[in-house]
Design a protein around this ligand. Structure first.
Ligand code: ADP
Length: 602
């Protein structure tokens, strides 16, 4: 944890060193004003105020001889003003300290939150696929919020209390030396006793806080999944099961939070009892030694401030322990290595590549370690339209996913125009590709904005032309504001076919030389598929195109077909050749042909 915290400090605190310095300075002023100011006023100023003629001269006169010349009335005024003056200084320093620490906390956290989100954008897809999204949301939003809340709660105490404790302890030892009663020094033992609950409970608090935040992440996941799958939940009457899942996670969260509160709240009563014990010990020693009241009061004040600041520092320390769970959860994302990173010295592509693709000795395995592509060797010349067919799970989508570097080949290499895709930046590589997937995922925004995502800054004419080519216009008339109609999250408000048209228009606007159609019409009905197919054909024209085919009807324009089986290419050629020479292809084709015929007959 120390290593992690120092990493955080280095990364996020470095730009704010000036304000950190201010917060420490104001903390020292506030701490000195309370830890030393009050005991020293009691010890040195009060005797001046209550001095009676005939009594020995107050110590302050001996320390500052020039005070002997000050008239008694002015001396009294100065003495009385010293207490409010100390508290005004303390108050100002405290206010400034608290504001600066809060700002610092917010800034650091903002940096942390942005860094985590930024890192998530860079991480390989495999990272996201292996995790529950609700948990990641919880880490970025709830955990950073938790750290922020803790910081703002303890901002008053974080710097000030430890320094107050040191100052008060210093004042106590100084007063002890001036009184000269060494047995009182035993009071220090109580301080050690008071430190015990802070240290012991700290570890448990950190563990429970971590468990509570994990539960919160799980809770988020359950809610998110539930909301995303409401149709299925209702269709399969899964409500009871979902409620039971939610209840169980929610209960775990409550249990851990209660334990957390139990440990947190135990510290104050223990510390206050120890303080009372130490003060009565001081009282006993004072009475046995025949100590003067002003000495006793000064020592008691110093002792009180020592324990009080220790208690508050302990509370702050434990809140920090509470935040440690959240910090660790955030750090875990930041520590996640980016295995699909840009090269140190990237090669550059021309503005538009030709689109020549080569898979050379490519073997690929997901995290499970089992190869799903085995020693693939294939060359696709620029402009060729290639269909990928094969049984479900044969490796077609994985094959197409290696091109945009969603994953990197475990062995071998993927080349575009003779350049290894790992030798250019991911941005440059993905600029050369358009992908139209099974589900057209649209963002919340207007239809125009969704098309423009294909190429930032695309002109109005380009967008209109792309919309025309994808025949988005065919349904614009039914939209309340045409191209400026706002869509909900995921494109809510449009039918599947309409969404797919917007996605195709986006690819038209991008005008990339390589196109991947990953079962682009699989989720559409036969009617919509037939309509969309024409737009897809015109989109593919002149581009190197990989079509992950679910239906053979989508391959009518393919120059060539690759047949996948168990991660290997078992057939490669045009339809006629494959139908005659590749038994698997013939079987798949005939089986679908039969289905198509049966549908027609019905
Ligand atoms: P296809 O597109 O031919 O249906 P895929 O390329 O999707 O096949 O999958 C090939 C194999 O890889 C399958 O056995 C599938 O279970 C496995 N697979 C696909 N995606 C992942 C993943 N993200 N993690 C682990 N295994 C995966």
């Amino acid at each position: 944890m120390i290593k992690r915290i120092s990493k955080f400090v280095k990364q996020f605190l470095a730009p704010h060193l000036f304000w950190l310095g201010i917060s420490i300075l104001t903390g020292i002023v506030a701490a000195a004003a309370s830890g030393m100011g009050v005991p020293f006023i009691v010890k040195f100023v009060f005797p001046v105020v209550f001095h009676q003629s005939g009594q020995p001269e107050p110590e302050l006169m001996a320390l500052i001889p020039s005070l002997r010349d000050v008239p008694a009335s002015s001396l009294l005024l100065m003495a009385c003003a010293s207490l409010p003056l100390i508290f005004v200084i303390r108050g100002l320093a405290l206010w400034l300290n608290s504001v600066v620490v809060n700002i610092l906390g917010l800034r650091i956290l903002e940096g942390l939150r942005i860094a985590v989100f930024h890192h998530v954008q860079q991480l390989p897809l495999a990272f996201l696929e292996g995790r529950r999204k609700g948990d990641i949301v919880s880490r970025i939003v709830a955990d950073s919020q938790n750290v922020q809340e803790v910081l703002s709660h303890i901002s008053n105490d974080l710097v000030k209390q430890p320094i107050t404790c040191v100052c008060a302890l210093f004042a106590f030892i100084y007063l002890l030396i001036s009184v000269g009663r060494w047995e009182i020094f035993l009071v220090i033992l109580f301080i050690a006793l008071a430190a015990w609950p802070i240290i012991t409970f700290g570890k448990r608090i950190s563990q429970k806080a971590r468990s509570a935040q994990d539960d919160l992440g799980e809770l988020n996941t359950v809610v998110q999944q539930n909301l995303e799958t409401q149709r299925e939940v209702r269709a399969y009457a899964l409500e009871e099961r979902q409620i039971a899942d939610f209840d169980s996670v929610s209960e775990g969260y409550c249990r851990n939070t209660v334990k957390l509160v139990k440990y947190q709240r135990a510290i104050i009563p223990i510390m206050e009892s120890v303080t009372a014990l130490a003060l009565s010990f001081l009282l006993v020693c004072g009475s046995i030694c025949g100590m003067q009241l002003s000495d006793f009061m000064a020592l008691a004040a110093a002792l009180f401030f020592t324990f009080d600041s220790m208690k508050r520092a302990g509370q702050a320390f434990n809140r920090l322990n509470e935040a440690q769970g959240s910090m660790t959860r955030l750090a875990e994302i930041l520590d996640e290595p980016n295995t699909i990173d840009d090269p140190v010295n990237p090669l550059s592509f021309p503005k538009q590549v030709k689109g020549d693709i080569t898979f050379r000795n490519v073997t690929f395995a997901y995290d499970t370690g089992k190869p799903v592509l085995r020693n693939i060797n294939v060359h696709i010349p620029a402009g060729q339209i290639v269909g990928l067919v094969g049984p479900s799970g044969a490796g077609k989508t994985t094959f197409a996913s290696l091109l945009p570097r969603f994953y990197d080949a475990t062995e071998g290499s993927v080349l575009v125009d003779g350049v290894d895709v790992r030798d250019v930046t991911r941005h440059d590589l993905r600029e050369q590709l358009s992908i139209v997937g099974q589900q057209a995922l649209l963002f919340a925004g207007t239809i125009r904005e969704n098309i423009e995502l294909g190429r930032k800054g695309a002109s109005g004419e380009d967008i209109a032309a792309a919309a025309d080519s994808a025949r988005v216009n065919s349904f614009l008339a039914t939209q309340p504001k045409g191209m400026d109609t706002m869509l909900g999250q995921g494109g809510a408000g449009l039918s599947g076919g309409q969404r797919q048209r917007v996605a195709i228009a986006r690819a038209f606007v991008k005008d990339a030389p390589i196109l991947i159609l990953d079962e682009a019409t699989a989720s559409l009905d036969a009617e919509s598929e037939r309509e969309i197919q024409e737009e897809l054909d015109s989109l593919a024209e002149g581009r190197t195109t990989l079509i992950v085919a679910h239906r053979f009807s989508t391959l009518r324009n393919a120059h060539r077909i690759l047949v996948f089986d168990h991660g290997c290419i078992v057939g490669d050629g045009p339809h006629d050749v494959l139908y005659a020479s590749c038994p698997l292809y013939k079987e798949l084709y005939d089986r679908q042909g039969a289905v198509v015929t049966a549908e027609h007959e019905r």
